[in-house]
Design a protein around this ligand. Sequence first.
Ligand code: OXD
Ligand code: MN
Length: 659
Amino acid sequence: MLRTGGNRVLRCLHRLTSHQHTFQTNKNMFAQRIYHLSTLQGLNVQPNIQIKQQPDLVTVPKHITQFIDEASRVCKPANIHICDGSETEYNNLINLMVQQNMAVPLPKYQNCYLTRTDPLDVARVESRTVISTRNKHDVVPNGLNPHKGALANWMSPEELENQLGERFPGCMEGRTMYVIPFSMGPVGSSLSKIGIQCTDSPYVAVSMRIMTRMGLDVLKVLNEDTDFVKCLHSVGSPINNNKQQRLWPCNPEKTLISHRPESSEILSYGSGYGGNSLLGKKCLALRLGSYMAHKESWLAEHMLILGITNPEGVKKYVAAAFPSACGKTNLAMMTPSLPGWKIECVGDDIAWMRFNPETGYLHAINPENGFFGVAPGTSKNTNPNAMACVFKDTLFTNVAATNDGGVYWEGMGEKPEGVTDWHGNPWDGKSNAAHPNSRFCTPARNCPIMDERWEDPEGVPISAILFGGRRPQGVPLVYEAYDWDHGVYIGASMRSEATAAAEHQGKVIMHDPFAMRPFVGYNMGQYFDHWLSFGQMNNVKLPKIFHVNWFRKNSNGSFLWPGFGDNIRVLEWIMKRTDEISPESEIAKKSAIGVIPKESGFNLDNINVDWNELFNLDKKFWENETNDIGNYFSDNLGNDLPPQIRKQLNLIQKRILKL
Ligand code: OXD
Ligand code: MN
C-alpha cells in the first residue's frame, strides 16, 4: 500500500507479510492471531485486543490481514484494536475519550457527548486533498486557464510516495491503532462497498460506528474475493520523547488527504475531523465512489434522498444535490407545511444510484448509517426531526456548551445563560458560540421519519433529481429541464455561495458542478459525459431534472421565499410534473432557462409571496451568468467539455436574447 521509495521499512512490507490465509476467531485464536501479527511487526507493547462479542467463526481472508499488517508495520502503533462495532466497545471508547479530556459528557441528554477540536482542525481541507493517478488527465481536465484546485488536485504517484514517506512511518507511535471494518450501504447488498480503515483516533472509531455499518457483521461477509478499500488514517501526532501533546491531536502543517483510485486506497494524515478523517464519507462514498461508478456504470452523488407522499397516498422518491451547508439535511427531514403531505428520509448527503433492469428506474441507496449534520441554524422551527434525533446517542463537535450540561449553537433558539463557546471559554456573546461548521453525528435510526425502505438493498426508485444552491440574485425558485441533456447542463452549471464546511472565506458565488467540485474522483469532463451517457440508454425511466433555489433575496436583502416546510409546495409542483410530458400544461410554461410553474398551477394557499420577483428573469443577469459559466467551462475543462454541454449553453444564450 505505502510504496515510499526511499524508505526501506516500507519496501520490505510485501515480502514480510506472508501469513497463513485465514483464522478462526473463537476468542483465543483471534487474539493469538493478532499477537502473532504483533511479534512479526516488532511492536514494543503487546496489543491490547478488545473484542467483546465473538461470533463462533470468522474467517478473515489473507489480503485483508495483510493490509492490517502493513499499516501497523509502517505506522508502529503501541496497540491494535480490531473494532467489533458493539455498544460496549463504543461506550469504552467514549469513556477513554472522556478520561483523556477529548470528550465531555452532556448529562442533560441521553448518551450524548461533546468534543472540541483544535481550532486549526475545523473543516475539510480542500487545498490539501489530492487524487493520485498515473495519468494526470484522468483527474484534471484540459482547462485553458485552470483556476488553482478548481477541479480536483492531482499528485503524481512518485510525489505522493515521497509525501507519504515523510508522514506515515512511525506516525502512530504510542497510540492505539483501531481497525474498522465497515460497509457503505447495507451489509451484503450488491450495491454496497466495503472498507477497512486503520486509524489512531478513537474519535474516528466512534464516529465511524455512527456513520457506517461497522464491526463483526462486516468481517463475517468477507471472503477471498471481496474487494475492499484500504483506508489508512493518522492524526499525525505520535506520542514520543515527552513532546507536548495537543489536547486534540492533529498536524495541520502536514495535513494531506490522498486518494489512489486505481488501487482503491485512501491515505489521510494530519486531521482528525469530519470528511478528512471519517474516510467512508467523502473519500470513499464520493471520490472513490464516483471513480468506481464511472467504471461500473452507476452514479455516486452528493445528494439527499427523500420519499414524498401526497394526500391521495401516492408516493415518489426524489434525490437532490446541493453544495455543503445549503440545507440538504433540512430538506431530507422536512416537516411539510401543507396538510396531508408526508416526507420520509432515506439519506441526507450521499446517494449511490443505478438503473434497475427490472423496474427501469434509477434506484438509489444511502450508503451511510447516520447524519453528520451542520448544527448552526438547526432548530425546532427549521428542522424539528433533526432536533428529535440529536438529543440521544449523539456526538457533537465544536458546538457551545450550556452550564446545565446541554449544547447551544447559533440559530438554535433562545440564548441561554452561562454558555461555554466552542473553544471551551466563557462565551462573550459576540463571537461565534459554536463554530459555523460544528456538527452533530447521530445514528439514522434516531430519526423519527426514516423511510421504511431506507435500508432496502435494492434501493428506492427515483422520479426526480433536483439541483440547487444558494443564489441570492437572479435565479428563480424552481425550473425544469427541457430534456436529459439540458438537465445535465443544469447540474454542470451549478453555482452557490461559499460554505463553512470547507476552508473558503466569505460569500463568493462559487462554481460547483453537481455539488461535486470537491468530491469528484476523476476528470470532470468525463464525469459530465458519464451523466450524458444515461440519456442514451434504452428501456429506462429517466428521472426528470429540476433546479431549485430557496435563497433568492429582494432588493432589501430579505428572502423572497419562506423555505423549510413551505418547500413542500415546490415538491408538490415537481411531483405533478413527473407525471406530465409536455413542457406546457395547466401548471407549467416554457421560459428561456427551462419550464417554470404557472402561478395558477402552484399551491400558494395561505402564503404571501412576490411571485413576479421570485420568477423574474433578468436579461442582463442571465447574460452575465451564462458568460461566466462559458468562461468557467473553457478555463477549467477546455476540450474535455462534452459538446452537448456547450450546445445546451448556446441554446440557452439564444433563448435569453429574446428576454
Ligand atoms: C459535508 C460536506 O460534510 O458536504 O457533508 O462538507
Ligand atoms: Mn456533504
